[in-house]
Design a protein around this ligand. Structure first.
Ligand code: SF4
Length: 438
């Protein structure tokens, strides 16, 4: 059997004014490039589950038209092409899948979007994996061998795919192409932010064993002796006792790494102490909003709201331990009005962040936010998934016009990335790194 694992990532912003502005916003462009250049860990993991004797190929979808890619792929006689795609690239994935199928190649599609929209996806592909891929992959391959591929394969969200995870096939990568590799230590998140699809759609909160993480790290070190790793976790430090062990393990390797977490990491001094020594370069933390009223209801327990008054102090605690914080804000919550842009700027200026990211609220399918806006008739119709980029607007805001939100967002972007503010964040970063050396 010969299988192609094809990753389709890389998102293009649509708003032409923002696009033009983006050329002059180095911080924004750099982070977009990093995200676009990460390999798909989901596909590498499924490749690791293929039985011995299977010929497996991993490839990123190059920047070529779908018809060209489909013709080239069809010449290689794959028995199956497994595609993983983000919502913003899903139309391209559908287009490619249809062209491949017309050439007689069978196509399976999985990931967050396919899980949220299985009926839509199944109109374009031979089979859709709904939920995690690992629990159903073997059955799918058996069905393929028998010529009896089913239309959908459902994995229960409660099934623990991390209890005995396969080793991702890092060896398939053309390593020269990447400036970071991904490794997963945990999946899911116990918080339930209404805009977040990644945290719950595929799996309940699960952790990998340290032994499995060590195995994955060893495999990476074989192909890249001093790698930069991005943890493909939704929220890494949920379980603090396990996290302290994890960080010690990471610190025993010659690596630099980055991950996403919530601000409770600041509450564990032992964890913070070990983090800087472990090669942790930066933590990305969702601060979500500069307005407490907008933060209210973001998740059901309002834990994030209760952190609001502590943001400055907790960010200082993390950065004083020598770990840079990339604070993320979202614009367009229902309580946001035109004052939110200046408020975000003023609030973030006072936090001493060493990096900052702003995005537009995006109603990804499968989220509570998507369902609510759909019910209220506020989603842009007909839907244009290509605009689900985090930087393009896809719904009618509650307390301002669409134009006000888009213009305010662009204004905030240009202010956040002025040379003076960029220099200030770099100075904050240098101060943070000085703490690390003490
Ligand atoms: S804390 Fe982060 S990962 Fe968890 S639900 Fe909220 S946005 Fe998602």
């Amino acid at each position: 059997m010969k299988i192609l694992f094809l990753a389709m990532s890389g998102v293009r912003v649509h708003d032409p004014a923002l696009l033009e502005l983006g050329l002059t916003l180095p911080g924004f462009v750099e982070r977009s490039r990093v995200i676009a250049s990460l390999p798909s860990l989901g596909l590498l993991t499924l490749a690791g589950l293929c039985p011995e004797g299977t010929e497996v190929v991993y490839r990123e979808m190059d920047d070529v038209p779908c018809e060209v890619a489909a013709t080239e792929i069809a010449k290689e006689n794959f028995d199956l092409v497994a595609i993983s795609s983000l919502t913003a690239r899903i139309e391209d994935a559908y287009d490619l899948a249809e062209r491949l199928r017309s050439e007689g190649v069978r196509v399976v599609l999985g990931g967050l979007h396919a899980t949220a929209m299985p009926e839509e996806a199944s109109r374009h592909v031979d089979a859709v994996v709904v939920g995690q891929g690992e629990p159903v992959w073997q059955t799918l391959l058996d069905d393929l061998r028998r010529g009896a591929l089913q239309k959908t394969y459902h994995a229960a969200r409660a099934s623990n795919a991390l209890s005995d995870p396969p080793l991702p096939r890092y060896d398939l990568l053309d390593i020269e192409r990447y400036n970071r590799l991904t490794i997963q230590t945990a999946r899911g998140c116990p918080w339930h932010c209404h805009f977040c699809a990644a945290s719950r759609l595929l799996s309940d909160y699960r952790k990998k064993s340290l032994a499995h993480i060590r195995r994955d790290l060893d495999a990476i070190m074989e192909i890249w002796p001093k790698p930069f790793l991005e943890l493909a976790d939704d929220n890494t430090f949920v379980d603090k006792a396990w996290s302290r062990e994890l960080v010690k393990l990471l610190g025993s390797y010659s690596i630099h790494w980055f991950t996403e977490t919530d601000i409770s990491v600041a509450d564990d001094p032992a964890l913070l102490d070990d983090l800087a020594d472990s090669g942790c370069a930066q933590l990305l933390i969702g601060l979500e909003s500069a307005s407490p009223i907008s933060l209210g209801g973001v998740e059901r327990r309002d834990w994030k709201l209760r952190q609001f008054d502590l943001y400055r102090e907790k960010i200082a605690r993390i950065q004083d331990a020598g770990i840079s914080v990339n604070g993320c804000f979202i614009l367009g919550f229902d309580h946001d009005d035109e004052s939110i842009f200046e408020r975000t700027l003023e609030f973030s200026d006072g936090l001493g962040l060493s990096e900052m990211q702003i995005t537009l609220l995006t109603p990804f399918p499968g989220t509570d936010l998507h369902r609510a806006l759909d019910r209220e008739g506020r989603l842009h119709r007909p839907v244009n998934w290509r605009k689900y980029t985090l930087f393009d607007l896809n719904f009618r805001p509650a307390r301002m016009s669409e134009r006000q939100l888009e213009e305010g967002f662009r204004w905030l972007m240009s202010e956040v990335y002025t040379p003076a503010r960029t220099a200030q964040r770099k100075a904050n970063l240098r101060a943070c790194l000085r703490h690390r050396r003490q």
